[in-house]
Design a protein around this ligand. Structure first.
Ligand code: NI
Length: 248
């Protein structure tokens, strides 16, 4: 069940039996020569949508722009200031809390978002204390999970791509998007076959070190078939974790 494809009476009905929602969160940023700009939102969204359908829980609209400053030397990338992202996440959480949601499970698709998401959680929890509510219990409880860290997922990725998984624009994440949108596949010859590794600094330095946007990866190996296997493992893990989070 997806919030943006539901009517208000349907959401009201859902709230009568569950106060929990899963929100995919990602980034709109370059993902190398054959990766989609939406990779980091499409991956958590695809996993969340399937998990929600299978287990009957509500999936929120995808928070689809995040911390992508270091990708700004590549066309099409969109980024938020950390303060903007925190403010927007707080407003999303407070809107949902206003309607009665108490558990927000954020399924993240982008490593660069992690610090800012955790800062947003602090901001969300502070709001309840500073509102004069005499309690340390926040009206909403949040949790963050990076999809690639879900139990069982990395094992499958390593099995599928023992060479050239790398750090950015990985064959695993590109496979997940090709599974979701097979019509968006791009066949590109990678030069060099495996991209260099190195540190992430500012946007200009990133482009100089990693001219086509990849870090350490060979995403020409990506396929919808591989993506399907990764998604299946992730869906299973999300369902189990979401249920635990709801009951905790
Ligand atoms: Ni990514």
């Amino acid at each position: 069940m997806q919030l943006h494809l539901s009517s208000w009476p349907e959401v009201e009905e859902y709230l009568a039996k569950s106060k929990a929602i899963l929100i995919p969160i990602g980034s709109t940023e370059q993902h190398g020569p054959n990766g989609l700009l939406g990779t980091d939102c499409i991956a958590p969204e695809t996993i969340a949508k399937r998990a929600g359908e299978e287990a009957g829980f509500l999936v929120g609209p995808t928070f689809n722009v995040g911390q992508a400053q270091h990708h700004m030397a590549f066309t099409g990338t969109i980024t938020l200031r950390p303060s903007t992202m925190i403010a927007a996440m707080v407003d999303w959480a407070q809107s949902l809390a206003h309607h009665g949601f108490e558990r927000l499970y954020w399924l993240n698709g982008h490593g660069g978002n992690i610090h800012t998401i955790n800062a947003a959680f602090s901001e969300i929890y502070h709001a309840s204390s500073f509102d004069g509510v005499d309690s340390n219990r926040a009206p909403v409880r949040c949790t963050l999970r990076n999809w690639w860290e879900l139990p069982g997922v990395m094992d499958i990725c390593k099995q599928l791509f023992p060479v050239g998984e790398g750090h950015h624009a990985t064959p695993s994440e590109v496979s997940v998007t090709y599974f979701a949108y097979p019509e968006a596949q791009k066949r590109v010859t990678m030069e060099p076959k495996i991209a260099p590794f190195g540190p992430i600094r500012d946007a200009k330095d990133y482009r100089r070190r990693f001219p086509d946007g990849r870090i350490g990866s060979d995403p020409s190996q990506a396929s919808p078939e591989a993506g399907e296997k990764i998604v299946a493992a992730a869906v299973k893990a999300v369902i189990s974790e979401f249920k635990q989070f709801v009951e905790a």
